[in-house]
Design a binder for this molecule. Sequence first.
Ligand code: PPE
Length: 316
Amino acid sequence: MGKIKEAKYIWLSGKLVPWGEAKVHVLTHALHYGSAVFEGIRAYDTKTKGPAVFRLREHVKRLFDSAKIYRMELPYTIEEVENIILEVIRANELKSCYIRPLVFRGYGDMGVNPLHNPVELMVAAWEWGAYLGKEALEKGVDVMVSSWTRMVPNTFPPMAKSSANYANSQLIKMEAVLYGFEEGIALNYEGAVSEGSGENLFVILRDPVTREPKILTPSLDAAILPGITRNSVIQIARDLGYTVKEEHIPRELLYIADEMFFTGTAAEITPIRSVDKIPVGSGKRGPITKQLQETFFKIVHGEIEDKYNWLTPVYK
Ligand code: PPE
């Protein structure tokens, strides 16, 4: 959150350049038309392997998928981009950090048609703490249901992590923070729950009689980004023995849920303590949310076995 903590070097179009010199022309296509796709990746300092990138292959694959949807051909292979990311972390001597690769249409033609503009890659990395505030991971955040609808799939495809999608995210986020909330949850074109401005959403409901919990998250057709943290949490929860369902979530479920949390690379696992001023469960982080958080953080910090093979060490 907040101002960037500057590191030393940024990879820009083929080489590492000093942080302050990583610049582009003001007529860069992406600046005018949102013609860019990006990723957010985290590396954590682990006990046994030193700094390690969380689910590097999945993030880089999603970057290539996003680029493909927008007909952008990267002048690199997946392996090359992975190596560039590792090189940026090493060059900046970072341990725990956030990594931002961006593929963008550069300077050349003006006008909507992006096909003749060069496809460029930049990769930056810096130290980035808790996304929704320092206390959020433990205490949870207060959120509102946004008055903005999440973009409809056949307008801006949510499965592509395109910069253009974040115009919608910014409307959601600005409204929420200016109204005194930490985040907004957007409904989709059908009026069902989709996601936060930069996070996926999970809802936990207990059977009123047996108290048996069920973990729900909107399915991929709900106009959401297929989050890598979302996918990780689904796997972790199932391995812990929970029932996890990807399904249509009506708005009113948000008001009667026992627990709720956001997931995302930046947000990690952030509990939600109220929606539209209605407390979620007890109004505090719930026990299943806590258990999932603890397991997730143990995995990313290499404190338990990396049985899913999710960590790529920065130094081999
Ligand atoms: N939905 C949206 C809209 C989203 O932007 C993110 C990530 C997610 C879900 C979660 O996806 P994943 O990171 O793969 O678990 N948001 C990125 C950008 C946030 C930002 O403010 O910038 C992120 O968390 O890196």
